[in-house]
Design a protein around this ligand. Structure first.
Ligand code: SAH
Length: 221
C-alpha cells in the first residue's frame, strides 16, 4: 500500500448494515443507541464464513456446532426490552453462541456473565470479543441450567435457547424487580419478557420467534 493511500484510514460503513437498521426501524426498533450500535458491529465476523454475505439479512444463520445466531430483529427486540425495563447493572446470558448478543449486552450493562455448553463456541466467542476490546464479560463453559456458580444477584437474565420449562437456578438469581427474557415453546414458539414481582411474574411483552433448544449437559470439542 502506498503511504499516500488514505483507504486504510477511512472508517467503512457496511452498506448492508445500514439496510439492516432500516428494516429494524420499520419493525418497531426505536432505541437510537441500539440501532447505531448494531450498525457498527461487524456482524459478518460472528457467522460461519460461508454465510458472511448473508450476515445482515433477516434470517438466522449457522455459527457452527449446529447452532444459529438469531436474526437481527430478534436480537434487537430482546435488547430493546432490556433497555426499556432492566437496571443496566449485571446481566446473565445463557447461550453465548457466537458472542453477538453478548457483544451488545456488554455495551449497555456494567457486567455480563455468559454461559455456553459447547466448548468450541465458548472458546471462539471469548477470543472474538477479547480481540474486539470487550473486557466486561465473564465467560463460563458449562450448563446454563445450573446458573452462575458463584452466588451473584442479577438485574436481568436472558436465555437465547428455547425450552418448555424455566430452570429455577435462573430465576432464583434474579433480583426482585429484575427482568427475565426467554424463548418458550408453550403453547407455541415465542419470546417473552417478564418482571419478577415477589412470587409472581408480570409479562411485559411477547413475540413469535424460533430458537435452537436449551440442552442439558456440556459438549467438549
Ligand atoms: N446468543 C447467541 C445465539 C446462540 S444460539 C448469539 O448471539 O450467537 C443458542 C446457544 O445456546 C447455542 O450456542 C447453544 O450451544 C447454547 N445452549 C443451549 N443449551 C444451553 C445450556 N443448557 N447452557 C448453555 N448454553 C446452552
Amino acid at each position: 500500500m502506498s503511504p499516500n493511500d488514505l483507504n486504510h484510514l477511512l472508517t467503512r460503513t457496511e452498506p448492508k448494515a445500514a439496510e439492516m437498521v432500516r428494516q429494524l426501524r420499520a419493525k418497531g426498533i426505536t432505541h437510537e443507541g441500539l440501532l447505531s450500535l448494531m450498525a457498527s458491529i461487524p456482524r459478518h465476523e460472528f457467522v460461519e464464513p460461508a454465510f458472511s454475505h448473508l450476515a445482515y439479512s433477516a434470517t438466522p444463520l449457522p455459527i457452527g456446532r449446529s447452532q444459529t445466531i438469531s436474526q437481527p430483529l430478534t436480537v434487537a427486540r430482546m435488547t430493546q426490552w432490556l433497555l426499556a425495563h432492566a437496571r443496566l447493572g449485571r446481566v446473565l446470558e445463557v447461550g453465548t453462541g457466537s458472542g453477538y448478543q453478548t457483544r451488545i449486552l456488554a455495551h449497555f450493562f456494567n457486567k455480563v456473565h455468559t454461559i455456553e455448553r459447547q466448548q468450541p463456541l465458548y472458546e471462539k466467542a471469548k477470543v472474538r470479543l477479547s480481540s474486539m476490546g470487550i473486557n466486561n464479560v465473564e465467560y463460563l463453559f458449562g450448563d446454563g441450567h445450573s446458573g452462575w456458580p458463584q452466588k451473584v444477584e442479577m438485574d436481568a437474565v436472558i436465555i437465547t435457547a428455547m425450552a418448555s420449562k424455566i430452570p429455577l437456578a435462573l430465576t432464583d438469581c434474579l433480583k426482585q424487580g429484575g427482568i427475565l427474557i426467554m424463548p418458550i415453546d408453550q403453547p407455541s414458539a415465542h419470546i417473552g419478557c417478564w418482571r419478577k414481582k415477589g412470587d409472581s411474574w408480570q409479562c411485559l411483552g411477547t413475540e413469535a420467534a424460533n430458537f435452537v433448544p436449551l440442552l442439558e449437559g456440556i459438549e467438549h470439542a
